[in-house]
Design a protein around this ligand. Structure first.
Ligand code: GNR
Ligand code: NI
Length: 170
């Protein structure tokens, strides 16, 4: 197991579109295990491979309070179960200490492969549905700040530039 460094906005590598996983082998399982460890350590409820600079369609998630429900999504595909979108407060490990309301479908049907490469499907609502859409966006190179007004996005950019300068000077 290993902790992986998380890319931060506006790093251009976060804009890479991830390629499908062709075979769920030990290398992919190692990535999944490292991503779960990294997500738990960072106190996130989800992590996409894009965020750790691996451009393959792999996501880990756990929306439980006690690390009891790890979920692995390989080559995920979802379809909305409601046309409507409702706003919910989001954060992102690649945009630390910034939160904003993002409209997402309330319920989605998910199909994906698990850590053993077996297909599964589930219907999700609430935080899980929201998180699936957030993580899937990462695989497409999309960040939640892309949904904000240019003015707000520019504020986030300035905040992140300040953060990176402070981290560099420290
Ligand atoms: O930890 C996270 N919290 C969160 C809250 C609301 C909606 C989405 C998320 S995902 C985020 C972790 C992360 O950045 N995943 O990509
Ligand atoms: Ni994120």
């Amino acid at each position: 197991m290993a902790l992986l460094p998380i890319l931060e906005f506006p790093d251009e590598r976060l804009r890479t579109k991830a390629a499908p996983v062709e075979r769920v082998d030990d290398e992919v399982r190692q990535l999944v295990d490292d991503m779960l460890e990294t997500m738990y350590e960072a106190r996130g409820i989800g992590l996409a491979a894009t965020q750790v600079d691996v451009h393959r369609r792999v996501i880990v998630m756990d929306v439980s309070d006690n690390h009891s429900s790890p979920l692995v999504l390989i080559n995920p595909h979802y379809t909305p179960l409601d046309d409507a979108r409702e706003p919910m407060q989001e954060g992102c490990l690649s945009i630390p200490e910034y939160y904003a309301e993002v409209p997402r479908h309330l319920r989605v049907h998910l199909e994906a492969l698990d850590r053993d490469g077996n297909p599964y499907s589930l219907d999700a609502d609430g935080l899980l549905a929201h998180c699936i859409q957030h993580e899937h966006d990462h695989l497409e190179g999309v960040l939640f700040v892309d949904y904000l007004s240019p003015l707000k996005r520019d504020r986030v950019l300035k905040k992140m530039q300040k953060r990176h300068k402070q981290l560099q000077d420290a």
